[in-house]
Design a protein around this ligand. Structure first.
Ligand code: GLC
Length: 452
């Protein structure tokens, strides 16, 4: 019966979309909620790869002698290379003309997926369409897409195939709100205001049909929508219309909270933090932090602010200890190759996770609190035993945990035993200096004596 209703709704919704207006009644039977079981893989995943790639990658953060961030044009001060069009006032004809140059002959999706897997990542999210409106797939809805480039071939299809082959979950960033190519899409706040009835035309003509197309063609595990504090036009009605559309065409696709940042409602599947933001409190939904390796998301040739791998591992550990994921971005170059500094960092992180991943995957946040900002905890059950993992991110002689430990305490990576002393329910662990010699995060493993 459920199937019949879904099929019927899909049929009716398809009709509504193709006729350019949506009849909310026809899709009313579709529940906006997704069964929370379907988000289990996401909670277990911990670490994912974000990919920002598109026409903007050609410019690498510089246009007409100006490089982002550039305050000459007085329009915000940001490094984000994917924002170059409005920030450096690149004329439409010039920017949209980049389709004639985009020719990523070095694109090798299998190598991207292998880098992600080797780094310890369990899912991948790519900008199928960013704010500039350009689609990386061969879209039936818009001609501003990969088919119009000299490369011609769909970029999403082979990536999806590679993800399936290597067992990586995959999702798409889709800019449902900002669209700088469509005459009616939303524009940055410093540009002329779009009347809402014009935005509605874009919404029905491009945004909803492309989301439907992405689901039908590629069956993603998640959709990553993007709004932030000034999410104009994305009313609760439009938000729910989009959620309903996704639920109609997919019974597995997760939806992130930035579908409407200021008012995500109850029916999204996970919360999306602001860029590079790490919450200090536990949240009651699954969540993740999207994070950059440079300051920019898209490749920026003059942004030399590459974060050290250990700092990024610390963010990962922070989020893991708080029940959240870490979605780390890579900005490929326009030719399809991954920047060398990004690859080195991915491999370094993967090497650390290869040795210490036991403390990350399959664990949950600990209810114990340690009064030390450099220390994070996770827990897991092994047979009858509760295991505590202690991450120490800065060298220090000792750490005190508010519990008794059984079975000794050892370095997870080398097995080196460490001394400890338990007094009145607290254990002081003395950490041998040699453990910090390679300046990496030290993980200790101990049996946890739970208070009766
Ligand atoms: C912001 C930016 C965007 C980037 C995103 C990633 O919303 O507008 O360029 O894709 O954050 O989190």
């Amino acid at each position: 019966m459920k199937k019949i209703i879904i099929v019927l709704c899909a049929f009716l919704a398809a009709g509504a979309l193709s006729s350019g207006c949506s009849d909310k009644k026809t899709t009313a039977e579709v529940s906006l909620k997704l069964d929370s079981q379907k988000a289990e893989w996401f909670k277990e995943a911990k670490f994912g790869m974000f990919i920002h790639w598109g026409l903007y990658s050609i410019l690498e953060g510089t246009y007409n002698g100006h490089t982002l961030p550039d305050t000459t044009f007085a329009q915000g001060n940001s490094w984000y290379a994917e924002w170059i069009k409005p920030r450096l006032e690149v004329p439409d004809e010039y920017y949209n003309g980049l389709v004639n140059e985009f020719n990523p002959v070095g694109y090798d999706p299998v190598s991207w997926v292998r880098e992600a897997c080797n780094a310890g990542m369990k899912y991948l999210v790519i900008t199928a369409k960013h704010h500039d409106g350009f689609a990386l797939w061969d879209s039936d809805v818009s001609d501003f897409d990969i088919a119009a480039t000299p490369y011609k071939k769909d970029l999403i299809a082979p990536l999806v195939e590679a993800c399936k082959k290597y067992g990586l979950k995959y999702g798409f960033y889709y800019s449902h709100w900002q669209d700088w190519e469509d005459p009616d899409g939303a524009l940055p706040f410093w540009c002329p205001w779009r009347p809402d009835e014009d935005f509605e035309k874009y919404w029905q003509r491009k945004s909803l049909p492309q989301v439907k197309e992405l689901i039908e063609k590629f069956d993603p595990d998640l959709l990553w929508f993007d709004t932030w504090d000034w999410d104009t036009h994305i009313t609760p009605e439009r938000r729910d219309e989009l959620i309903r559309l996704v639920r109609t065409y997919s019974d597995k696709c997760l939806i992130n909270g930035r579908i409407c940042y200021t008012n995500p409602g109850d029916n999204i599947d996970f919360l999306e933090m602001h860029d590079n933001l790490y919450p200090k409190e536990m949240l009651d939904k699954p969540w993740q932090t999207p994070a950059t390796m440079q300051n920019s998301w898209a490749y920026h040739g003059k942004d030399y602010n590459w974060k050290p791998a250990t700092r990024m591992l610390r963010y990962l550990v922070h989020n893991t200890s708080m029940g959240g994921n870490y979605l780390l971005n890579v900005g490929p170059k326009a030719d399809g190759t991954l920047p060398v500094p990004a690859v080195r960092r991915l491999r370094e992180m993967g090497a650390w996770l290869g040795a210490n991943g036991e403390a990350v995957y399959g664990t949950k946040p600990s209810s114990l609190k340690v009064d030390d900002k450099d220390v994070y905890l996770t827990e897991k059950t092994e047979g009858d035993e509760n295991i505590l993992y202690i991450f120490i991110t800065e060298p220090k002689p000792s750490v005190t945990v508010p519990c008794a430990l059984s079975n000794g305490c050892r370095s997870l990576e080398t097995g080196q035993p460490v001394d400890m002393e338990t007094k009145e329910g607290s254990t002081e662990i003395r950490i041998p200096e040699n453990l910090f010699k390679d300046r990496s995060i030290v993980v200790l493993k101990a049996g946890l004596v739970t208070a009766k």
